[in-house]
Design a protein around this ligand. Sequence first.
Ligand SMILES: [Zn+2]
Length: 171
Amino acid sequence: MLLDVRQAVRQRGTIFHFTHDEQIPPQEIFGDTVTFSNPVRFEGTFMMVEDVLQLKGILSTEVHARCANCLKEVNQPLRVEFSENVHRSDVKAEPDPFNDESTIPFDGYYAELAHLALTLAILALPIRFLCDESCEGDYQMQVEDAAEDEVDDSDHPFAALKQLLLKDQEV
Ligand SMILES: [Zn+2]
C-alpha cells in the first residue's frame, strides 16, 4: 500500500497526521511460524522538509507465536515507535544494501511502507516467546513423567553415562 503525501509536498513544513494500514505475511523465524494480526497500523505524522519526508509515529499490531517451553499459543500486542527521514529513491541509482532508507521506496509523492512495517515488526520481536515469564512447561512435564512412569534404567538416555561414572568410582 502506498502512502499519499502529496499534500505535504504542496505545503512543505506543515505536519500532517495519518493512519495507514499494511499487511505482514506469516514469517518463519528460527523454524517457528510467527503471524501478525492484519492489518498492522501506522499512526503518526508526516512532513516534507525540503525534499526529505519525515515520518514519525507508532506501528501497532498483535503477534501470534508459540511458547518456547510449552508450545502454548502466545498473543502479544506489539507497538513500535518509528522516526524515519525518507529520501526520494533514485530509480537509476544502484541499490545500496547498507542504506536504511531503501526500506521506504519514495517517488516524491507516494511512499511504500510495506517493507518498513515488516522491518519494524521483526526487529521488535522478543528473542523467544513465553506464555508466562515463569513458564517451565517442558521441564515440568519431564519431571512429572519421570516420577510417574516406571522407567527401566537401561532405557534412560543417561543410563550409559551413569554406568561409566559408576565404573570410574569402582576403579
Ligand atoms: Zn509456556
